[in-house]
Design a protein around this ligand. Structure first.
Ligand SMILES: [Zn+2]
Length: 262
């Protein structure tokens, strides 16, 4: 497997390059490109947070602890005296950095659940939700950050897999196939839970309704196109009753609209 330095370097270079590309093509402001770069680099560390001794684990929990401390200070700043705010923020940080980290390290297994594509999806969804709801960033930027986290984490898995092939001797190490996987199939219950959390997160994320509306518009249109091309190709000559196909399509369309109305 690739070491911490390699992971950080590759994630930094790739997300930096993509961030600059987004800036150059006018898809991001300099501040947004900087956020993307950070998100991609952090994403590159996330799959290894299940390794109990890893630097990635400590860095991520330090960042998370700082975030919790900052939020506690922000919310209590105006209602509590300063020394209590400092105490509260400090204990929040220590809770995350030591107690939560200890629990997390006990629960997770290295290269288990969290070293998978499904986990990357969950990391991305969490990043979108935090960017939008916690940091009040706009939906487009939040999705961009989520995308960079997923990209960085996926590059991490690929890199681990590449490192499991010993190129000098052209032989495959035993770890081959353990790094890049969809999920940990040994744990179907937890995999399902992760999938449900991702879907739930997607539902709570900004712009999901806009996405569904787009689908709502696109679906009847694409059905119409299919029907039209069938007609053009002369398939309706082959005893295909166009009227009944149209009826079925109209019924499907109504059903879809009803579903949307719920
Ligand atoms: Zn790894």
């Amino acid at each position: 497997m690739a070491d911490f330095k390699t992971h950080t370097l590759v994630a930094t270079v790739i997300s930096g390059g993509l961030g600059i590309a987004a800036l150059a093509t006018g898809m991001a402001t300099p501040a947004e490109a900087f956020c993307y770069w950070l998100a991609g680099t952090l994403g590159g560390l996330l799959p290894d947070i299940d390794s109990d001794e890893s630097l990635a684990l400590r860095i991520v929990f330090r960042l998370f602890g700082a975030l919790v401390a900052g939020l506690l200070a922000f919310y209590w700043m105006t209602t509590l005296p300063a020394w209590q705010v400092v105490l509260l923020a400090g204990s929040g940080y220590l809770m995350v950095r030591f107690v939560l980290l200890w629990l997390f390290a006990r629960i997770t297994v290295h290269r288990g659940m969290l070293h998978s594509l499904l986990a990357n999806l969950l990391f991305g969804v969490i990043a979108v939700l935090m960017s939008y709801h916690l940091f009040a960033l706009d939906a487009r930027l939040a999705w961009g950050i989520g995308g960079f986290v997923v990209m960085g984490a996926t590059v991490h898995l690929l890199l681990d897999e590449i490192y499991s092939v010993d190129l000098s001797g052209m032989r495959i190490k035993r770890s081959f196939g353990t790094a890049l996987k969809i999920t940990d199939w040994q744990r179907p219950g937890l995999s399902l839970l992760m999938l449900l959390c991702s879907l739930g997160g997607f539902w709570l994320s900004p712009g999901a309704s806009a996405w569904l509306q787009g689908l709502d518009l696109a679906l009847p249109q694409s059905l119409g196109h299919v029907l039209e091309s069938l007609r053009v190709s002369g398939l309706d000559m082959l005893a295909v009753d166009v009227q009944s196909v149209q009826d079925v399509l109209a019924w499907l369309r109504r059903g879809w609209q009803d579903l949307r109305a719920v």
